[in-house]
Design a protein around this ligand. Sequence first.
Ligand code: HEC
Length: 232
Amino acid sequence: MFESKSGVLLIAGLTFFGFAFLSNAVVPALMYADLPEKTAEELVNPQLRYQFEELGRRFPDAFVAAFGEPPTSGDVEGWWNARAAEALREGRDLYVGEGCWHCHSQFVRPVSNEEQRWGPVARSWEYQNELQRPVLFGTRRVGPDLSREAGRRGSDWHAVHLFDPTLTSTKSPMPAYPWMFDGSPDKPKREALALITYIQWLGSWLESYPLYESYTPAPIPREGLLEEHNGQ
Ligand code: HEC
């Protein structure tokens, strides 16, 4: 057997499979075995907070209907963080439920200069959290990779795109999600707000990300959330 060509190929094949399993599964698993898995609460970062608050300013009525009136005193910071974490979890569930992962990967691969198109190559620690259970690497890319999507587009763009992708991207094969809205893209329901929050989170954890560097979450101009909208 070992002298035959097919025998050599079989042994080589099994050996390479062994190496791949070792380097792609065993080594990363051991490297992060002691790293605790982050909860959604721990995943709320300043960039995400900025995007979440911005949803509140952009769609005040829809936001208050979905998440309640933001407090003006007491643990304001805690309230925003808790709602943002809630939205992240719900957004993730919608992403899974709607099969977004059938068409979008969340993994920038170290091949084909992918980092030039999407940003830094994905590292294993990025998946060490509750929202990546199960991991949403995805295998198909009918649409672009989304793991560096945070801040790439404004949330109003996402609202219009989710409402009807062909409004922003001619001939887009992406399905429309009008049921996430109360009739028009400027009236997002809780579902759309949660999903947009989740999209705006993807990649926001990268320190090298140049977006909103100077943003710190407090103090928040809470009064004015609705006034600003009503032009008062
Ligand atoms: C049938 C495949 C398909 C499904 C399912 C799908 N998409 Fe897409 N998506 C695409 C394609 C193709 C594009 C590129 C054209 C466009 O912008 O619509 C895209 C674009 C996007 C973009 C814009 C990326 C960028 O910055 O250019 C986002 C964000 C997005 N999709 C999110 C989602 C979410 C969230 C879901 C699930 C609710 C979803 N997609 C479901 C195919 C799909």
